[in-house]
Design a protein around this ligand. Structure first.
Ligand SMILES: *Cc1c(COP(=O)(O)O)cnc(C)c1O
Length: 362
């Protein structure tokens, strides 16, 4: 690998495309004749305005975002959205949540502070290894929205098709699958994604919200920063935004466009994840933990027969230049995150290594 880099299978912050990092390096000391680094620039400057405008436009192009949706760049990570969503969208104080793993559980716990939360389906019974059937959910008439986590980063499950919300607004946490495949934005009322999984550096979330869901009549105690209207009315610059993250994400958007957009990414991602899943399906030592139909293209959890052997694999892979394969502390085991920026060669090399490990240790 160039620059002594390793194959980094971290779930987030995660690997970024090398050509993007090289461009950032080249612009570090003097951004395009401005005489300064983007980190040093006023967010009110013309040169910065162009950076944020282009980032938004490139994202709109990539996802085909309709004109009646706002794109917002907000700080506080995806976690703040667990609260901002109910604060802004609970008009009747009622919402439905589908519990599919660690991140939807956190969102549910936070939403309960703001209103009446109905957990309308759950996969807890089999340790979040599948997505429950959501064709005929029991959704109260006055529910303000139906909430899902579209890709559970820790449990490695993803939604093969969206739930039937029976006409209610759909809200989706897409943090760990954002831009991994085409997305029909108009199926949703609100999409959000922390960018440090599949896009850029940590410290920012992108919110895509249908304009009619932006409210003027929020409880006056809602912090000004936590109102979507604040961000929508001020082009994501009510206060100083995460200038650096917006700049880096903008570069990734252009890079994805140059690769052929989200249709191309989906093909690449299917092809790449298959390398890992085919191995797991043929191995005697390693096993995937998710039902086939619901396997994530981005986060691939797997286990051996014991925690001791898992630990041995983590140590051996790390020593060989495959980093961050330890599963999340809450579930143990192993996990390979294979986001957009992970090259197929990285997965192939990892699989070769695991095959050899299996041969030598069984
Ligand atoms: C990482 C993650 C979050 C939390 O993101 P932060 O930016 O750390 O707040 C929320 N949801 C999902 C699906 C995630 O993967």
């Amino acid at each position: 690998m160039k620059y002594g880099r390793v194959y980094n299978f971290s779930a987030g912050p995660a690997t970024m495309p090398e050509p993007v990092l090289e461009e950032i390096r080249d612009e570090m000391m003097n951004y395009r004749g401005s005489g300064m680094c983007v980190m040093e620039m006023s967010h009110r400057s013309k040169v910065y305005q162009q950076i944020i405008d282009e980032a938004e436009q490139d994202l709109r192009d990539l996802m085909n975002i309709p004109d009646n949706y706002k794109v917002l760049f907000i700080q506080g990570g995806a976690t703040l959205q667990f609260a901002m969503v109910p604060m802004n969208l609970m008009k009747n104080g009622v919402a439905c949540y589908v519990e599919t793993g660690a991140w939807s559980k956190k969102a549910i716990a936070e939403a309960k502070k703001y209103g009446d939360v109905h957990v309308v389906a759950s996969s807890k019974d089999r340790n979040y290894s599948y997505i429950p059937n959501c064709d005929d959910l029991d959704i109260p008439e006055n529910a303000d929205y139906v909430y899902i986590c579209e890709n559970e980063t820790i449990h490695g499950v993803t939604w093969p098709k969206l739930p039937n919300t029976k006409g209610h607004v759909l809200v989706s946490d897409q943090s760990s699958m954002f831009l991994s495949r085409p997305c029909n934005v108009s199926d949703y009322g609100l999409i959000y994604a922390g960018v440090q999984k599949n896009v850029g550096p940590a410290g920012m979330v992108i919110v895509i919200i249908r304009e009619d869901l932006i409210r003027e009549d929020l409880d006056p105690k809602v912090p000004i920063y936590c109102s979507y209207k604040t961000h929508a009315d001020n082009g994501s610059m009510y206060n100083t935004p995460n200038c650096w993250a917006i700049y880096c994400c903008g570069k990734v958007f252009k890079y994805l466009k140059s690769l052929g957009g989200l249709e191309a990414m989906e093909k690449i991602n299917i092809d790449k994840a298959k390398v890992m899943y085919d191995f797991l399906d043929s191995s005697k030592m390693f096993k995937g933990t998710v039902d086939k139909e619901f396997r994530s293209l981005m986060n691939i959890p797997f286990v051996t027969e014991s925690a001791e052997l898992d630990a041995k694999v983590v140590a051996a892979t790390k020593a060989a230049g495959y980093d961050n394969l330890k599963g999340h502390k809450s579930v143990g085991g192993l996990r390979a995150s294979v986001y957009n920026a992970m090259p197929k060669e990285g997965v192939e090399a990892l699989v070769e290594f695991l095959k050899k490990f299996e041969a030598e240790n069984s």
